[in-house]
Design a protein around this ligand. Structure first.
Ligand code: NAD
Ligand code: UD1
Length: 307
């Protein structure tokens, strides 16, 4: 049994991770500023420190005595990173450096490992599908640039300060507890919420854009496997399925699973929308013997059941 700090643990992905850690018999402690996360996403028994990762003193206190840290706290919105460039940078990059820095001193036995969230946003509009981890990174947003910055500082944490790190480039994650009401919500939570209520959806552009949708419960298996695995050299892995799904097909599957007629209108393409985003999961599988293999249908069934 280990003691883990989960930053961003009240959020969508973090709350699934905490659930998995508790089920495995570990102790989970959460640091979250509740900006998008909710206390109610977690059992009352989980200790939550309400505060920001951008404050090093807060991070230092929250991390004292831990055996490892899962760092998921971030302003997970490309739009928000455009509106509030410097503010999101403080949370997304300075906050990550504060986490790596505190990990050096958290435990008298030595630096503790940090498993952290990066994003497929680091690839930007690289057209070489499926994207491998060694593909060129050319982020198109402050959000993507800061996530790439996290990966660079992870190398410093490892090489200069002896803090072991593993980074994960999440592709499009979905599942229960992804807030359909948030303006920053992903396409699955928006469509699922509307289709289940018999409301129309808007498809941006022709709907033939492709995404690699990852079910959240598969993703958290990758995170816990990485915490337990030996690592060297601040590795970074895609978390993806390698399976392409168009936005049109997504809408059709959701309508069929909800037993509703699909009412869709086609609007203008979203400015800067990436046409293709598919990851190569080979390195993930080879390193941790995990696959994100929940079928889209099964994952969507769970998501609809939660609504
Ligand atoms: P989320 O918004 O549900 O979770 C983020 C959590 O971090 C929330 O609980 C929020 O309150 C908290 N938080 C935000 N800023 C904070 C700060 N300064 N200090 C402390 N807590 C703070 O989003 P999510 O989808 O669960 O994202 C989790 C992580 O995964 C993020 O790092 C995000 O960038 C990354 N990610 C998510 C996706 C996706 O498809 N959902 C894709 C790529 C990467
Ligand atoms: C996602 C991430 C983003 C990250 C990027 C990296 C989310 C919410 N966003 O963006 O943080 O930088 O991956 O690759 O996870 N769509 C519609 N109608 C809608 C909503 C969306 O047609 O009502 C379309 C979008 O135009 C897009 C697709 O669905 O083509 C997916 O959109 P979205 O879920 O916002 O994710 P990404 O744009 O892939």
């Amino acid at each position: 049994m280990a003691r883990y700090l989960v930053t961003g643990g009240c959020g969508f992905i973090g709350s699934h991770l905490v659930e998995r850690l508790l089920a495995a018999g570990h102790e989970a402690f959460v640091l979250d500023d509740l900006s998008t996360g909710k206390r109610a996403n977690l059992p009352d028994s989980v200790p939550v420190t309400v505060g920001t990762v951008a404050d090093p003193a807060v991070v230092e206190t929250a991390m004292a005595g831990m055996d490892g840290c899962f760092h998921l706290a971030a302003v997970a919105s490309v739009d928000r990173s455009r509106e509030a460039w410097l503010e999101t940078h403080h949370a997304n990059l300075s906050g990550t450096i504060a986490v790596f820095d505190a990990a050096r001193r958290a435990n008298p036995r030595g630096p503790i490992p940090v498993v952290y969230a990066s994003s497929a946003a680091v690839y930007g509009d690289n057209p070489n599908m499926p994207l491998r981890e060694d593909a060129a990174t050319r982020p198109l947003s402050a959000y993507g640039a800061d996530k790439l910055g996290c990966e660079l500082h992870a190398r410093v944490a490892d090489g200069v300060h002896g803090v072991p790190t593993t980074g994960f480039r999440f592709f499009n994650v979905y599942g229960p507890r992804q807030d359909p009401k948030s303006p920053y919500s992903g396409v699955i939570s928006i469509f699922a919420g509307r289709i289940a209520k018999g409301q129309p959806i808007t498809i941006n552009g022709d709907g033939e854009q492709v995404r690699d949708f990852v079910y959240v419960k598969d993703l958290v298996r990758c995170l816990t496997a990485a915490m337990d695995a030996p690592r060297a050299g601040a590795p970074v892995f895609n978390v993806c399925t390698g399976v392409p799904t168009t936005v049109n097909r997504l809408a059709e599957v959701l309508a069929s699973l909800s037993g509703r007629a699909l009412e869709r209108t086609y609007g203008p393409a979203r400015a800067g929308d990436i046409r293709l985003s598919i990851g190569d999961p080979s390195n993930l599988r080879a390193a941790f013997d995990v696959t994100c293999d929940t079928s889209l249908e099964d994952g969507l069934r769970d998501t609809l059941a939660w609504l």
